[in-house]
Every structure is written in structure tokens, then in C-alpha cells.
Design a protein around this ligand. Structure first.
Ligand code: NI
Length: 198
């Protein structure tokens, strides 16, 4: 029998409530996990994936469901993401203890939203290319480069693990509701990211 200590009930994957800006857990730094804790993390990982998918997110960090272990998930399915239809596909990625390093110093102004920040979007600079070192859910050491909007997604999620929200990095004058962004920001943004590597 696989030992998979659970987050919810045995064998049951839960969609969890997502903490909202103002909750102090979003402002805490999640702690590194030791490899022997991985079996006990599997339930949380399953719940993070289910919660991300149910909410239509492109990523989710453990802080956002009230857990301060250093775990994130990210995914953009082939058919696209409902919240961010312009994001290129990103296979389901689970990162434990991720460490990011920029590759080059090129940045791009990305427009972001967040499941923990209702109805606000904003522009902020992200590195165009980052190298991530992390453990996958089975404890294997991985090293992977991400580019463009996928790099932005990963930077956003690792920020969560450090207690940082996109609001902290955004130009306050760029903040919009989702509806106003559709009306006033989207076309300019799509033009800006046209040449971004995928
Ligand atoms: Ni977020």
C-alpha cells in the first residue's frame, strides 16, 4: 500500500478555500520541506492541484490554502486557461523548495491577477527567463528553465512562498478591475507580449 498521509480524508481530494489578501498567512514565508516530509505532502499537493483547477488558476502556492510548507503547483492546459487565455500551455508542474535564478537581466512588464486578490490586475516587471531548481513530488531534484509568461507564472508563485503578492511589485497606477482591463488594458498588453519567448 502506498503510504500517502492525507490532507483531507483518506483518498479524498479536496478543493480548499483560497485565502484572500489581508489574511496574514499570505504574508508569511513558507518554510523549506525536508525530503522525508514528502510522503506527508502528497495530500496537500493533490488538493492544491484540484483547487487550482477548480478556480481556473494557472498556479497556486501552499500559503494560499493556509499551509506554510514550500510547495507550489502550476499548469496551463493545452486548451488554454479560462482566466488567462493568452498564456501558452504549461504542463502540470509541482515544485517543492523551489529556488529561482534569473537567466540574463531582461525583464518584461507583465499584467497579472491572483486568486487571492479578487478583481484586481496590475502591471509589474518579471524576468523573461528564469532557471528553477526544485524537488518534484517524488523527491527527484529538477532543474528547468521557464520563459516568457510561463516564467512570469513561476515567479508569481514563488513570490507567494516568500509572502509577496503581485500588488507589492505592481505600479499602483496600473491597477484595474478585470472588467476595465478587458476594456482598456488587454489590447496594449497582448501587443507588448507578442514577441515573448514561449
Ligand atoms: Ni497569486
Amino acid at each position: 500500500m502506498t503510504s500517502r498521509p492525507f490532507h483531507g480524508a483518506v483518498g479524498q481530494t479536496l478543493t480548499l478555500p483560497i485565502l484572500q489578501v489581508g489574511d496574514p498567512v499570505l504574508r508569511e514565508r513558507a518554510r523549506e520541506v525536508s525530503p522525508d516530509e514528502l510522503p506527508a505532502l502528497q495530500g496537500l499537493i493533490d488538493d492544491l492541484i484540484a483547487t487550482m483547477r477548480a478556480a481556473g488558476g494557472a498556479g497556486l502556492a501552499a500559503n494560499q490554502v493556509g499551509d506554510l510548507r514550500r510547495v507550489l503547483v502550476a499548469e496551463v492546459p493545452e486548451g488554454g486557461n479560462p482566466r488567462y487565455p493568452y498564456k501558452p500551455p504549461l504542463p502540470l508542474t509541482v515544485m517543492v523548495n523551489p529556488v529561482l535564478e534569473p537567466v540574463g537581466d531582461e525583464t518584461v512588464l507583465i499584467n497579472e491577477g491572483c486568486l487571492s486578490v479578487p478583481n484586481i490586475r496590475g502591471d509589474l516587471p518579471r524576468f523573461v527567463t528564469v532557471r528553477a531548481r526544485y524537488l518534484d513530488r517524488d523527491g527527484a531534484e529538477r532543474e528547468q528553465e521557464f520563459r516568457g509568461l510561463s516564467a512570469g507564472t513561476i515567479q508569481h508563485e514563488v513570490d507567494h512562498l516568500d509572502g509577496v503578492l503581485f500588488l507589492d511589485r505592481a505600479d499602483p497606477r496600473s491597477l484595474t478591475t478585470w472588467e476595465e482591463w478587458e476594456r482598456n488594458g488587454k489590447a496594449v498588453f497582448l501587443e507588448r507580449i507578442e514577441g515573448l519567448p514561449k
